[in-house]
Design a protein around this ligand. Structure first.
Ligand code: 13P
Ligand code: SF4
Length: 403
């Protein structure tokens, strides 16, 4: 302990978090030309001017024709939070677990175009075959939660925990929503990746190895998951990367069972229990269905909790006439509402606030990627450093093998 030097830490809110409300409005946004959308205050990857000026309808027609030429050479994966204008072109839609499985199992496509965010494309790149390339159409499509765990801060935390607790006493689990290098750290240290659809099983597995778990970077998913496994709240501590020892005493670290990284999703923390009470008083028979990135209070007040794919299935399989108040991203909720006209489906948050990083996959980027592929050029490929690819795959494969 005496040899350890801790740098003074300073608070830094990720830019992606500051940009999160850029697309919030009172009605569902509709794609405009990229030139118009560039006036929204977020960072975009620049494209040649012709793509900037193309009207969305024309982009759509061009994608339809040109995508057909590429056939099975490409696989387009679309996360549920993507805009409708992108989802219509996805060969497969799903949550991060389902999309990761497809990236791992598809051996036909030469190129996987990942319409989602950066950590998802990195995961696909780690799982894809060595002769396949993964493309993220807009490189500025990140994730504010993922940006809350900087790899160097996570390494600091891991080294501090090893010093305080001794070797092999804690298992690291990182949520899919994190940088590939953090997944690699988990791979190298007997740890796991998890998603919102398997966090419980993964945490159970980790507790079979050690009696402590470090959970990164979403404190809410970590807390909600540990709670369902019966871990009392007093055995969970939060690790603030801007404070020495995460802001905890050595005793608190030794006494804890779960150490939760201080990260959150800026989209899912918009939901609160007042929205749920209002919905219940308006519709006494309502079903409240939320994503586990919501706070513990929201999750505890909900009737059902699960990943985006779980949410989709629950609503689609529900009987006609049923009423659903949903706590997840608005592009997905609006799509579910349109696809299920015989049910009442609405977002618990009255403000229309898409995930601003998911929303950065404008159709013009997809067309630009396809045009380049038709010329034999691969743009925006995700290339992982080989040791990061290898070690993150270890943690991902451990997750994929849990039944
Ligand atoms: P899912 O794995 O449930 O799709 O969640 C991904 C995500 O980023 C939710 O915010
Ligand atoms: Fe990240 Fe939240 Fe957007 Fe999911 S919804 S990609 S966790 S910012």
């Amino acid at each position: 302990m005496e040899n350890t030097t801790f740098k003074k830490k300073y608070t830094a809110i990720p830019l992606t978090e500051l940009e999160q409300s850029a697309f919030c409005q009172t009605t569902q946004p509709k794609s405009e030309t990229l030139e118009v959308e560039f006036t929204v205050g977020v960072r975009w990857q620049s494209l040649p001017i012709t793509y900037m000026k193309l009207p969305p309808k024309e982009i759509e027609e061009q994608i339809r024709t040109k995508r057909a030429i590429l056939g099975k050479e490409i696989l387009i994966l679309g996360h549920h939070y993507q805009r409708d204008e992108i989802i219509q072109f996805a060969d497969i839609t799903g949550d991060s677990f389902k999309l990761a499985q497809h990236a791992a199992n598809n051996t036909d496509a030469k190129v996987i175009i990942f319409c989602g965010v950066h950590f998802m494309a990195e995961t696909a790149a780690a799982l894809a075959q060595s002769n396949q390339k993964v493309i993220l159409p807009n490189m500025t499509a990140g994730c504010s939660m993922s940006d809350m765990a900087k790899p160097e801060d996570v390494l600091d935390c891991w080294n501090s925990l090893k010093e305080v607790l001794g070797p092999n006493s804690i298992t690291p689990i990182t949520y899919m929503n994190s940088a590939a290098s953090i997944k690699a750290l988990c791979g190298e240290n007997n740890g796991y990746v998890c998603t919102s659809s398997n966090a419980g099983k993964v945490m159970e597995k980790a507790f079979g190895q050690t009696d402590k778990v470090l959970f990164l970077p979403d404190q809410h998913l970590g807390r909600n998951t540990a709670k369902t496994l019966g871990i009392p709240l007093e055995k969970m501590i939060v690790w603030n990367p801007f404070k020495d020892f995460g802001g905890n005493s050595l005793e608190a670290i030794k006494e804890s069972k779960v150490i939760l990284w201080k990260g959150h999703c800026s989209v899912h923390t918009r939901f609160n229990i007042d929205q749920i009470s209002n919905a219940r008083s308006t519709y006494p028979d309502i079903n409240i269905l939320v994503h586990p990135e919501c706070t513990m209070e929201v999750v505890d007040s909900a009737d059902y909790v699960g990943s985006t794919e779980y949410i989709r299935k629950m609503v689609e399989d529900a009987p006609g006439g049923s009423i659903w108040g949903i706590g997840t991203e608005i592009s997905m909720v609006n799509r579910l509402s349109k696809a299920n006209p015989n049910k009442t489906v609405f977002c618990l948050d009255p403000i229309v606030c898409p995930c601003s990083t998911m929303y950065r996959i404008h159709p013009a980027y997809l067309l630009w990627v396809i045009d380049n592929l038709l010329e034999g050029i691969i743009v925006n490929a995700i290339d992982l450093e080989s040791s990061i690819a290898r070690n993150s795959k270890i943690a991902l494969d451990r997750m994929l093998s849990i039944k």
